[in-house]
Ligand binder design. Structure first.
Ligand SMILES: [Cu+2]
Length: 268
């Protein structure tokens, strides 16, 4: 039976290595070929991969060591002369397995500080950044308010502001920010492919910045169970070129302020 467990633990190590090799080609990885569509998102991914490699190597090493010890024990068990050796308390070992994991954790804690600061600390945000819109989460939708063409986003609603629901448009290729608020309970603004996630907290206006590298449409969901209709808070973030973004904005403004009256009188 000892040999069975030795093989079992060794096998799990090989299985882990095989998974590492096979997973990326089979899509068992981060969504969409494992590539984030923001520069900061790629750095966040790198941190995940680094931690995955550290834990992966540790796992494989531990399983192989465990298998080896069990195999040796099973082999020795066949020898009727072999005696068990009992040891208790090795200071050297205790110090090693305390210092090594602490060192690794400390390294990760310090190493990730830079990415975290760029993501969350306001003084570290990009200097040139366009405040695109105010996004207000409410049960159960995302209400979005944009400033009129050529104007700056104001903290309070303006008469010429443009509104959309569940449809956030941003220009791609340079840093943009949104002001995130909540109308009722706590929600979470989550765009998986951009690696952007931020809680919307009642009473707070939280700036969230990102720079979308590729033009496209990205799913936005609520990542905080906020009530019975939580599942309905599905929206999209559309990243487009500057020209397309401005064109979309003026088209939306036209539709919004059109009362249908002028168009009719023109036709006459
Ligand atoms: Cu929600």
């Amino acid at each position: 039976m000892g040999r069975f467990w030795a093989i079992f633990f060794m096998f799990s190590a090989f299985l882990a290595v095989a998974l590492f090799v096979v997973a990326p080609d089979n899509g068992w990885w981060f969504p969409e070929d494992g590539r984030a569509h923001t520069s900061l998102g790629q750095k966040i991914d790198d941190l995940f991969y680094l931690i995955l490699v550290i834990t992966g190597v540790t796992f494989v090493g531990v399983q192989i060591a465990l298998g080896y010890v069990l195999w040796r024990g099973a082999a020795a068990g066949q020898d009727p002369q072999a005696k068990s050796q009992f040891t208790h308390g090795s200071h050297t070992l205790e110090v090693i397995w305390t210092i090594v994991p602490s060192g690794i954790l400390l390294f990760i804690a310090l190493y990730q500080m830079d990415v975290w600061a760029h993501y969350r600390v306001r003084t570290m945000f990009p200097k040139k950044m366009e405040a695109v819109a105010e996004v207000t989460a409410r049960q159960f939708e995302w209400r979005i308010r944009y400033p009129a063409h050529g104007k700056k986003l104001m903290p309070t609603p303006q008469p010429d502001d443009i509104y959309t629901v569940n449809d956030l448009h941003v220009p791609a290729g340079h840093p943009v920010s949104i002001s995130l608020r909540s109308d009722d309970v706590q929600h979470s603004f989550f765009v998986p492919l951009l690696r952007v996630k931020q809680d919307a907290v009642p009473g707070l206006v939280i700036p969230v910045w990102f720079e979308v590298n590729d033009v496209g449409s990205y799913e936005l969901t609520c990542a905080e169970l906020c009530g019975w209709g939580h599942y309905k808070m599905k929206a999209r973030v559309v990243a487009e070129s500057d020209e397309d973004f401005e064109a979309w904005k003026s088209k939306t403004a036209k539709e919004q302020f059109d009362d249908g009256f002028k168009a009719e009188t023109k036709e006459e």
